[in-house]
Write a protein that binds this ligand. Structure first.
Ligand SMILES: Cc1cc2nc3c(=O)[nH]c(=O)nc-3n(C[C@H](O)[C@H](O)[C@H](O)COP(=O)(O)OP(=O)(O)OC[C@H]3O[C@@H](n4cnc5c(N)ncnc54)[C@H](O)[C@@H]3O)c2cc1C
Ligand code: SF4
Length: 489
């Protein structure tokens, strides 16, 4: 039967043998959200490259909606389970489409369900999920024991940045654009000019892989040149080095161009062959078969209503300057830099996402569902399944702690320790009140004051809440932050 592949199922592992394929490019998707221009470019480029690769094996339909395109196919098709609630609903409604089990993740839905059942009433902890998967698949295992004798090397990882402008590591892999990219760019220009479709962010050379071959090259490059230093500076930020030693593989993974288990095996081989230290390799493996898979399964486990969770009663709208990625409106050096990086390429690594962008919104009580929509539109690697748990749960604590045991709120001292942003900033991370009051430091205390009652039962918040009660200027901090609100800091 013909295999329909969605635009995030573009790798060879989403089809079997030489079967015929159906690809659909839907323009309506770009009318529903104002995406980052480079995200639209990447998705269309990857889809069109796949169509070219498959040649006569594929029917490639370009139209307004999936449903209208499917109506013209004239034969039944099958599809690997799509990655969002909305897409699965669409597929389930169609008698001419058969849905197969999902692909593209390390742990299957059945293995995840077995793990959940085995937990009984215990929390669904990432650490336990990850260890279970490593045992089951024999990844970084020496017999029954974890390689090196420990499961977790976090204490060796996560150093503050060195005192340099850039990390001493080779540049990440870069794509070379071709005629498909030129055609995509011309189409996007035309849609903007004639068709009422608008984008945010800068256009720029495509930097992420658009084919499985490019993705394999990017993985090889990362493993050979950057994996060894991945763990050490995993949480650090440098104003002049947005990439640090990260892999930049999330866009390729989320387009389905890379098989995550192959990434894991490639990293393990580097360790076994003595090319990368265990702490870095374990840190990377944990991200892929731990975090990525965990987030994927929680998306389905928590269900469609999770997107409306709002345990901290946060209702501030996402401000226009954030929707527009208007870094120039911002004075706070960390937020300004991160927003400029996001505008430039639709990507920043996990600490700017969590501890700068997410932290700022959490402190100001931005509506979690609207913030999820903002992240989804602004990031090249953003998809519903990965955004919901990461933003609603992990970053905004809107699920009341189902995913993260405490809110990821932090003051300027954290940013100061883990980056070089604060030195040249107009604000001072130690100052709470007045014109130099760091918005993250003051925002942190205002956040605690606003949510003190809601967080009182959380034993991990006991110490910060006690610290808050000792602040003599708390009322002034709260009044100041109410005044500053969600204006660009
Ligand atoms: C608020 C917030 C929003 C996020 N939104 C996304 C998103 O839309 N898409 C996305 O892929 N990741 C998202 N992440 C997770 C993480 O920030 C990115 O996967 C990572 O920064 C991508 O860069 P990289 O490929 O260099 O990652 P690396 O640091 O090199 O990590 C390797 C891989 O691990 C996986 N990974 C690590 N953490 C996570 C996680 N929490 N969730 C899912 N995958 C993970 C990614 O596939 C990533 O490519 C988000 C995190 C936060 C805190
Ligand atoms: S002082 Fe505050 S606003 Fe300025 S860079 Fe540091 S954390 Fe960011």
């Amino acid at each position: 039967m013909r295999r329909w592949v969605f635009a995030d199922q573009l790798g060879p592992h989403f089809v079997d043998g030489n079967q015929p394929v159906l690809l659909i490019e839907s323009r309506a998707v770009f009318r529903r959200r104002r995406f980052h221009r480079q995200k639209a470019h990447l998705v269309l480029s990857a889809l069109r490259h796949r169509a070219r690769e498959l040649g006569e094996r594929a029917i490639f339909l370009q139209g307004e909606t999936y449903a209208a395109a499917l109506d013209t196919v004239g034969e039944p098709v099958e599809v690997c389970a799509p990655t969002s609630f909305a897409a699965r609903r669409l597929v389930e409604r169609r008698p001419d489409v058969t849905m197969l089990p999902e692909r593209g993740f390390v742990t299957s839905a059945a293995d995840f369900a077995r793990w959940v059942t085995g937990r009984g009433r215990r929390r669904l902890l990432l650490e336990d999920f990850y260890r279970d998967a490593r045992r089951r698949l024999g990844v970084l295992m020496d017999g029954d024991e974890p390689a090196g004798g420990a499961w977790n090397y976090d204490h060796d990882n996560r150093e503050p940045p060195p005192r340099t402008d850039r990390l001493p590591v080779p540049e990440p892999w870069r794509a070379h654009e071709d005629d498909v990219d030129a055609e995509v760019r011309a189409d996007l220009d035309r849609w903007e000019r004639d068709d009422g479709i608008t984008f945010v962010g800068a256009d720029g050379p495509r930097w992420a892989p658009a084919t499985a071959d490019e993705a394999a090259a990017a993985l090889r490059h990362f493993v050979a040149t950057r994996l060894a230093t991945f763990g050490r500076w995993e949480d650090a930020m440098l104003a002049g080095d947005p990439f640090m030693s990260h892999s930049l593989l999330s866009p390729a993974l989320n387009l389905g161009l890379l098989n995550p288990l192959e990434c894991v095996r490639a990293a393990e081989a580097a360790y076994r062959e003595g090319h990368a230290p265990l702490a870095s390799v374990e840190g990377f493996v944990r991200q892929i078969m731990g975090w990525r898979d965990y987030v994927w399964h929680l998306y389905w486990h928590f269900g469609p209503d999770y997107r409306h969770a709002n345990a901290l009663d946060a209702h501030a709208p996402v401000p226009d300057w954030l929707w527009g990625l208007d870094a120039d409106a911002v004075t706070a050096r960390c937020l300004r830099g991160v927003l400029a990086d996001l505008r430039a390429r639709g990507w920043v690594h996990h600490i700017p996402r969590l501890m700068v962008l997410g932290n700022w919104a959490l402190q100001r009580g931005v509506d979690p569902a609207e913030l999820t929509a903002w992240f989804h539109a602004s990031f090249v690697d953003g998809y519903d399944w990965v955004m919901l748990p990461n933003v609603v749960g992990m970053s905004q604590h809107a699920d009341g702690g189902r995913m993260a045991t405490k809110p990821y709120a932090a003051g300027g001292a954290y940013v100061d320790r883990m980056s070089d942003y604060c030195g040249e900033c107009a604000y001072d991370p130690k100052v709470r009140v007045g014109p130099h009051a760091c918005p993250f430091t003051a925002g942190y205390w205002a956040f605690l004051a606003r949510n003190a009652e809601r967080l009182r039962g959380n034993h991990r918040m006991r110490q910060p809440l006690a610290g808050m009660t000792r602040l003599r200027d708390l009322d002034a901090v709260v009044a100041q932050e109410e005044r500053r609100g969600t204006a660009p800091p």
